[in-house]
Design a binder for this molecule. Structure first.
Ligand SMILES: Nc1nc2c(ncn2[C@@H]2O[C@H](COP(=O)(O)OP(=O)(O)OP(=O)(O)O)[C@@H](O)[C@H]2O)c(=O)[nH]1
Ligand SMILES: [Mg+2]
Length: 503
């Protein structure tokens, strides 16, 4: 099968080999009928000032022309807009509308596209869609406009996915990542590297064709250099995922610490609203409480939790367990403690318990409004007086970013925000760096990395060409999945079903 494809490759243009292979294995074009003309509402359902009904497909213009009398739409230029009445079969006016005409291939889907901007009444939109269906269009499936754009070569798969991300983007940084991916992002880079790898794969396959003869068309050192180059790039992309994913979905930031440390007070101060109940009773917060904080375009999902201690009742015990789960799931832990009542030894013990390699930690030494050298009751603060304890505090502050603040008086809250932002700064995005934010891409890159590691290992120990070719083929498949050069019905179905109808 593969050799057959390979010979086919030699007879055709460069780098077509794997798409041919994919086409034979996965007839992507079969599961959807590209001949149909599709219709859907492109604006949100419901009433508004304007609603847009969109048609795409071979007959889009002729269908619209049948119900629009002001002009012959088949004769107008592409990218023109026309005002006129839309009438049903009984010549009853449905609406006066603006009709935009895009002639293939100069449209979003590369097909004929009509956009009818009508008055945004539900009734009119419904009537228009039903009329177009009676005239031969069918209702579009979720994401079918974008799927067609992909199948017709308007964009690659990762760009199509970025369209959905762009629509869903709720913060400046998520918007930025989606936009950069839509404009090509890292997929061009992947495509180019993949093409270079295909070149080597074909040379190695050619060696295999010569069977018994001892020939080597693919220079192993050059291949090694290429694989090393690709590995470096893939590793960089994989590393960017933590940032990309956090930005796309919001950075999970958990506030944890002992009861009465002031976590809920801090949540309220950060959100600037009284979200969580605050009291001097230890164990006030039982369940997790969330709020969204936007710092310069990055969304932080703040999670206030139950104070960590030996629980005094069952409900509190569940709360403490939930806290530990939240800590494990989060990207940032804001560990809050009352610096006037918790000894540095206890702080150290807490941090050791909570710290896991992956997490970013910010320590908040709370309640600076209480005079540092004396406690609530006026007695001197033992942690300042004791030189040994003071040394532990200093060591901790070296190890962890520490912010001294008063949650109650809202002093130094901006300093905490600054530290949060610096952990997940969006500078990297602004510089147009390639950032992976899609978990499907992340998984494919991880698999490609494994296969390429195997290729590298194979090159080092000098394994035979057929094994080498197999690992390269795997890597090519995984890389091709990202851009859609390799795709299956299931994969496409999965991706586009998460789109809304009309996109
Ligand atoms: N003086 C002072 N008191 C504070 C500060 N922050 C919180 N408090 C007080 O400390 C007590 C506990 O505050 P909470 O915010 O409920 O503490 P918590 O960490 O959420 O406590 P649990 O929910 O029980 O785990 C309340 O009486 C707050 O008013 C602060 O910065 N300065
Ligand atoms: Mg609380």
């Amino acid at each position: 099968m593969y050799i057959y494809n390979f010979k086919f490759y030699l007879a055709t243009s460069d780098s077509e080999i794997f798409s041919v292979n994919c086409y034979i294995n996965h007839p992507v074009y079969n599961f959807i009928d590209l001949q149909d003309t599709i219709v859907a509402l492109a604006t949100p359902a419901g009433s508004g000032a304007i609603g847009i009904v969109r048609l795409s497909g071979t007959h889009a213009i002729s269908i619209a022309n049948e119900v629009f009398s002001a002009k012959n739409l088949e004769e107008v230029d592409s990218h023109t807009i026309h005002l006129g009445y839309i009438r049903n079969e009984q010549q009853k006016i449905i609406d006066q509308a603006l009709v935009s005409v895009f002639k293939m291939p100069h449209s979003y889907t590369k097909e004929n596209v009509i956009e009818v901007s009508c008055h945004g009444s539900r009734y009119i939109q419904q009537q228009l869609i039903e009329l177009f269906i009676r005239k031969g269009a069918r209702i579009a499936r979720e994401g079918e406009f974008t799927l067609r754009a992909f199948l017709n070569g308007q964009m690659d798969l990762s760009q199509a996915e970025a369209v959905a991300d762009l629509i869903a983007a709720e913060s400046e940084s998520a918007h930025q990542i989606a936009l950069s991916q839509m404009r090509g992002g890292f997929s061009d880079e992947i495509k180019n590297l993949r093409d270079e790898l295909i070149h080597f794969a074909s040379l190695i396959e050619l060696e295999l064709d010569f069977g018994e003869e001892d020939v080597e068309f693919a220079n192993r050192n050059d291949l090694k250099d290429l694989v090393a180059k690709i590995l470096t790039i893939i590793k960089r992309l994989l590393d960017s995922f933590q940032l990309g994913n956090a930005i796309k979905h919001g950075v999970n930031t958990v506030l944890a610490g002992r009861p009465n440390a002031g976590k809920s007070t801090l949540l309220n101060a950060l959100l600037n609203e009284e979200r969580a109940i605050v009291s001097d009773i230890a164990g006030t917060t039982r369940d997790t409480i969330e709020g969204i904080l936007n710092i310069q375009g990055v969304q932080y999902r703040l999670i206030d939790t139950a104070g960590i201690r030996e629980a005094t009742d069952q409900i509190e015990a569940i709360g403490v367990q939930k806290t530990m789960e939240q800590v494990a799931k989060s990207s940032i832990l804001v560990y809050v403690y009352d610096r006037n009542s918790l000894s540095p030894i206890e702080v150290q013990a807490d941090l050791q318990k909570l710290d896991n390699e992956k997490m970013n930690i910010i320590v908040v030494a709370n309640k600076t409004d209480i005079y540092n050298n004396q406690q609530d009751d006026g007695r001197p603060n033992p942690f300042i007086e004791d030189r040994q304890l003071f040394a532990i505090t200093q060591a901790l502050e070296k190890q962890y970013i520490t912010v001294h603040l008063s949650a109650k008086d809202k002093t130094q809250i901006d300093q905490l925000k600054k530290q949060l932002f610096e952990l997940f700064s969006s500078n990297e995005i602004n510089q147009d760096n390639s950032i992976v934010s899609n978990s499907r891409h992340y998984e494919a890159l991880k698999s490609a990395l494994e296969s390429l590691d195997a290729v590298m290992h194979g090159l080092e120990v000098g394994i035979s060409g057929d094994f080498l070719a197999m690992d390269i083929r795997h890597a090519l498949n995984y890389l091709g999945e990202i851009t859609g050069q390799i795709s299956t019905d299931d994969l496409l179905g999965n991706i586009f079903s998460s789109f809304c109808i009309g996109k």
